[in-house]
Design a protein around this ligand. Sequence first.
Ligand SMILES: Nc1ncnc2c1ncn2[C@@H]1O[C@H](COP(=O)(O)OP(=O)(O)OP(=O)(O)O)[C@@H](O)[C@H]1O
Ligand SMILES: O=C(CO)[C@H](O)[C@H](O)COP(=O)(O)O
Length: 296
Amino acid sequence: MSRKHPIIAVTGSSGAGTSTVKNALEHIFHLVGARAAFIEGDSFHRYERKAMAEELQKAKEEGRTLSHFGPEGNLFDKQLELFTCYGESGTGVRRKYIHNEEEAARHEGPPGTFTDWEPIPPDTDLLFYEGLHGGVVHGDIDMAARVDLLIGVCPTMNLEWVQKIHRDTRERGYKEDDVKDAIWRRMYDYMHYILPQFSRTHINFQRIPLTDTSNPFAVSSIPTPDQSLVMIHLQKPKPTVDYKLSLKGLIDDSSISGLNTLVIPGGKMMYAMELILTERILGLMKQRGHLDPDAE
Ligand SMILES: Nc1ncnc2c1ncn2[C@@H]1O[C@H](COP(=O)(O)OP(=O)(O)OP(=O)(O)O)[C@@H](O)[C@H]1O
Ligand SMILES: O=C(CO)[C@H](O)[C@H](O)COP(=O)(O)O
């Protein structure tokens, strides 16, 4: 945690929709005049694609677990180094993992490789991490402890798979069977490193489909916002009754379903995020003594 150099992290599994939520956050940063250093979680993978395939084969022969969800597949120490360094001095290094041809053209490197490490831009107001491990805890590594605002994006599991299957087959060129294998291979690490993060978050957003996603591999299109609800769990700080009631009043057709949970129509998710997160981000900006006077 850092008053002077805060860190905001959006954490979720592959296909959960963290990149989509990043767009809402970018909009809020623009509204409040916050300059952010953007960090992509996939850039902390340990191996490039070809090396990962070789390591996966070795792990299979040796009966070891290896996936992009766990410590063997990622440089948690390097990510912690960035979070620590940024919190202390507002500096650090970043790189990108190039997923496909489109990104390859943008970053001048082949798909499945990393760009070089480079310093993050100077004079930013906050660091924004989006990826798999914003709140991971493993051994001596406690990423969550370094994060000032940790947001979980966790659709119901079937919907998460639907989104991953669509994205990987349509945008990343994988076959359905490859995606099936990847989901299966990652399950141990999913349970041990991805899921526990959602108990450390400040807020979780969980999209709930209202169409039949019972067989994710047979779903022809991703449920639209109108075909879903969103559960918002306000974990830290615990919201007051007045705050919950005011949110309910501001979001049409919402309901309070539990002590700290609100359910809203799927189409209102971006609005709700703006409503809830803008205030929290303004709070972080105030703490560091940097606030655009027009932002409120
Ligand atoms: N709220 C949403 N409504 C409809 N579709 C969504 C929503 N969120 C995500 N999707 C769809 O799900 C797929 C995965 O979303 P996205 O790329 O944001 O996931 P991700 O968590 O960033 O994945 P990764 O970290 O692996 O890149 C995309 O096709 C996206 O359009
Ligand atoms: O989205 C992912 C993790 O969040 C990808 O699975 C990961 O980045 C590796 O990509 P690829 O298998 O295409 O090399």
